[in-house]
Design a binder for this molecule. Structure first.
Ligand code: 9WN
Length: 442
């Protein structure tokens, strides 16, 4: 670990504490989000973790992504969980015996050697891989990091652009509320209400052993999550054949796809791929950006919404997901200006409450304690911070950065915060909170 961190000594204890969280959560090949609540490898968590880890252990950050990509399916999907066989089955629900990836996922090319889930999470991986490379290009070259992972990342994006373009409009769809990573966001309430819940006694939640029921999704939410995942599994995770009862386009998921497509163009250039490949990634990024604005921008609301592909209707409301496109290069200037106004306005009150609430502070559905229905999370705040920097909002970016670091410190790396009080919610020593704090310290 470096002796003299840039930025002075004020944050040195935080830097050390964050590093320790990552060391403690390392299992030998990857990092768990939390030893207690999430004792396996999660897809988008690993990308955020690698972004922090690269500053203190660049080789380990490379391995984090390599381990995840080692569980990629032949159809290109990166599963949202890679299970650790050493962890007892009842430690997390749904466990490998629910997903049955190596049998139900066989036709889609699930790996045989590891057990995984069958759904995906937001594509932060190429973005993370590029950042990890930049942290130590010599080590990256020595290990052949980018040439090894480039084809896998390209296959992942191809999967999203083809099999997941369920709406046919050039965006990737998500087919389960766990896929956008903002599980119980009010965005999904109406779409989810149409899903028949699984019988209450057909499954047993493990999360309530570690989390307070008032901070977590409800039993009814879980019954619907179980139904959706079970139907997908029973159709062999085949995107064409599954009668999806839930299919939506999410702005955060697609904004991350665009940012990652730009990163993939940089990776393609660096590995010396055919120059046409880099151009194709950039073209795809531009096309996806156009589709994002065309399909999800709500000019009257001044925020991106989602789209329900079963009804064909836009999903309105103000979720933090709708602000994340601030990270996308090349958005029309009036869209960016409106997004910045919305972020600083009464619904998110950037700079006046702690971090960025996950949902509209003025909405009836807002609940400052319950998971993605209001609490502020560190990964979305980190993304908004990136957007503010991109758009030259140095003052707001500085305030948000200080809030993120202060809250990571005062809560012991909480999973999320009540936005008005800044009190920690969920579990502590949460890996991406530590990783993204570390990133902001560099
Ligand atoms: C289901 C691991 C994951 C995050 C998600 C977060 C939560 C899982 C759960 O934890 O979801 O994937 O069990 O609730 O919502 O964003 O990746 O940290």
């Amino acid at each position: 670990l470096e002796a003299t961190p840039p930025g002075g000594g004020r944050w040195t204890p935080l830097r050390q504490a964050a590093t320790h969280v990552l060391l403690d959560n390392w299992t030998g090949a990857a990092t768990v989000p939390s030893r207690a609540l999430y004792p396996h490898q999660w897809s988008w968590d690993s990308a955020f973790i690698a972004i922090g880890l690269r500053h203190v252990a660049p080789r380990r950050a490379q391995r984090e992504l390599e381990t995840l990509l080692g569980a990629q399916w032949d159809d290109g999907r990166i599963p949202h969980i890679v299970f650790n066989p050493a962890v007892p089955l009842d430690a997390y629900f749904p466990s490998p015996d629910f997903w049955r990836s190596s049998t139900a996922g066989r036709a889609a090319g699930a790996p045989r050697a590891v057990q995984t889930s069958g759904i995906v999470q937001p594509p932060v991986h190429a973005l993370a891989a590029w950042q990890v490379h930049l942290a130590d290009p010599a080590e990256s070259r020595r290990r052949g990091f980018l040439p090894r992972i480039y084809p896998r990342l390209a296959a992942w994006h191809r999967y999203l652009a083809t099999r997941r373009d369920l709406g046919g409009g050039g965006l990737a769809a998500v087919v389960h509320p766990w896929e956008p990573g903002l599980d119980n966001s009010p965005y999904w309430d109406a779409a989810l209400a149409r899903v028949e819940p699984a019988p209450p006694h057909s499954f047993r939640r493990a999360d309530l052993t570690h989390g307070s029921p008032s901070d977590r999704p409800t039993d009814l939410d879980y019954a619907r999550y179980v139904r959706l995942a079970g139907v997908y599994r029973d159709h062999d995770y085949d995107d064409a054949r599954t009668p999806h009862a839930f299919a939506v386009e999410d702005p955060c998921f697609n904004a991350l796809l665009i940012a990652s497509e730009h990163a993939l163009a940089a990776i393609a250039r660096t590995v010396g791929a055919d120059p046409a490949d880099a151009r194709a990634h950039l073209r795809r990024a531009e096309e996806t950006t156009a589709a994002l604005v065309d399909r999800l921008w709500d000019p009257a609301a001044g925020v991106f919404g989602a789209r329900d592909l079963l009804t064909g209707e836009p999903i309105g409301g103000y979720g933090v997901s709708g602000l994340v496109p601030l990270i996308v290069p090349g958005l029309p200037a009036q869209v960016t200006a409106a997004l910045l106004r919305t972020a600083h306005g009464p619904r998110f009150r950037l700079g006046q409450v702690h971090l960025v609430p996950s949902y509209d502070l003025t909405a009836e559905e807002f609940d400052g304690n319950r998971y993605w229905r209001g609490p502020s999370w560190f990964n979305t705040a980190w993304l908004i911070h990136r957007g503010l920097v991109r758009h030259g909002r140095a003052g707001s970016a500085r305030v948000l950065r200080t809030q993120i670091l202060t809250a990571a410190d005062s809560t012991g790396f909480a999973e999320y915060l009540e936005p008005y009080t800044g009190q920690g919610r969920g579990i502590r020593r949460f890996a991406w909170t530590a990783a993204l704090a570390l990133d902001l310290l560099h």
